[in-house]
Design a binder for this molecule. Structure first.
Ligand code: SAM
Length: 245
C-alpha cells in the first residue's frame, strides 16, 4: 500500500495535497476506491480509501487508525560537519532508516564545503525531501527534521536543554562511546557531533566540552570516514538503549 504525507485532516478523512497529490495521481496513477496510507508526523498511521480526486486534493475516508511502534524511544540527533559530495544525503537517508530523531548540518573550521544564504536553504529543502522519502520507504511515521545549517553558537538553542552531547573525536584515547553511554539517560535526547573529512580542530573539541558539556568519545581504533562515523555512532547508541536489534 502506498504511503503519503497528509496535507490536512477533517472529520473521518485525510487529504493529500501538493507534491504528494502529484505523486499519487501522475506517478502511481491511483484512482477512487484504491487504498492509501497516510501519516501526519504525529506517529499515527491512517489507512484510507480514496473517495475523490480533483486538481488540488485527493480525499481519503479513514478506515483504520494505528499507532505503530516504529519510532526509536531514545531521541538521537546527528550534528555533522558539512561534508563534500553526497555524504550528507547518504547519512540522512540511512540515518532516517536506522532511526535518528533529527539532523543538524554544522559549519566547522576544516569543512571544505561552504554553504551560506540561499544555497544553504536550498540544500536543507533537498535534505528534508530525502528524509521524507526515507520515512516512507522504511515505514516510519515521523519525518526527522533537518535543521538549517548551524554555527557552533547556535547549537545550544537548536536542541532541548536536557540534550546529552557527545563529540566523536579520533584523538580521544580513553573514553569510548559505549562507556560514556552508561552515564546517559535514554529518556533525554542525545546529540552526536561528527566532524567533516578533515575532522574537528582541538579548539572546536574544547569548545564543545565547555559550552555543550559534550563528552569526547572514541569510536574505536580505526579512523572512520565521516559518513561511516555518523552511522556507526547512531547505530551504537540505538543498540545500547535497545532500539535496534
Ligand atoms: N582528519 C582525521 C584524520 O585523518 O585523522 C579524520 C577525520 S574523520 C574522516 C571524520 C570524523 O569522523 C571525525 O571528526 C570524527 O568525528 C569521526 N571519527 C572517525 N573515526 C573516529 C574514531 N575512531 N573515533 C571517534 N571519532 C571518529
Amino acid at each position: 500500500m502506498h504511503r503519503f504525507r497528509i496535507g490536512n485532516k477533517t472529520e473521518g478523512s485525510f487529504h493529500i495535497l501538493g507534491d504528494e497529490l502529484y505523486h499519487l495521481v501522475k506517478v502511481l496513477r491511483l484512482k477512487e476506491g484504491d487504498q492509501a496510507v497516510g501519516f501526519d508526523n504525529t506517529g499515527v498511521q491512517y489507512r484510507g480509501i480514496i473517495e475523490s480526486i480533483d486538481r488540488d486534493c485527493a480525499s481519503c475516508r479513514i478506515v483504520e487508525e494505528k499507532f505503530p511502534e516504529v519510532e526509536a524511544k531514545t531521541m538521537v540527533y546527528i550534528v555533522m560537519g558539512l561534508a563534500k559530495g553526497e555524504k550528507i544525503e547518504w547519512v540522512i537517508q540511512k540515518g532516517t532508516e536506522i532511526g535518528m530523531a533529527g539532523f543538524v548540518p554544522l559549519r566547522t573550521q576544516r569543512a571544505v564545503l561552504q554553504l551560506d544564504g540561499k544555497k544553504a536553504e536550498q540544500k536543507v529543502v533537498r535534505w528534508q525531501k530525502i528524509a521524507a522519502e526515507a520515512v516512507k520507504q522504511c515505514r516510519r511515521m515521523i519525518e526527522p527534521p533537518i535543521g538549517k545549517v548551524a554555527d557552533w553558537n547556535d547549537l545550544m538553542d537548536i536542541l532541548p536543554a536536557q540534550t546529552q552531547w557527545v563529540i566523536a573525536y579520533e584523538d580521544e584515547k580513553t573514553a569510548s562511546l559505549t562507556h560514556i553511554l552508561r552515564g546517559f539517560h535514554s529518556e533525554y535526547p542525545i546529540a552526536i557531533l561528527i566532524g567533516p573529512e578533515g575532522g574537528f580542530t582541538p579548539e572546536e573539541v574544547s569548545e564543545a566540552r565547555e559550552k555543550l558539556k559534550a563528552c569526547s568519545v572514541s569510536l574505536g581504533p580505526r579512523i572512520l570516514r565521516t559518513e561511516t562515523a555518523a552511522l556507526t555512532a547512531l547505530t551504537m547508541v540505538l543498540t545500547y538503549f535497545g532500539d535496534l536489534g
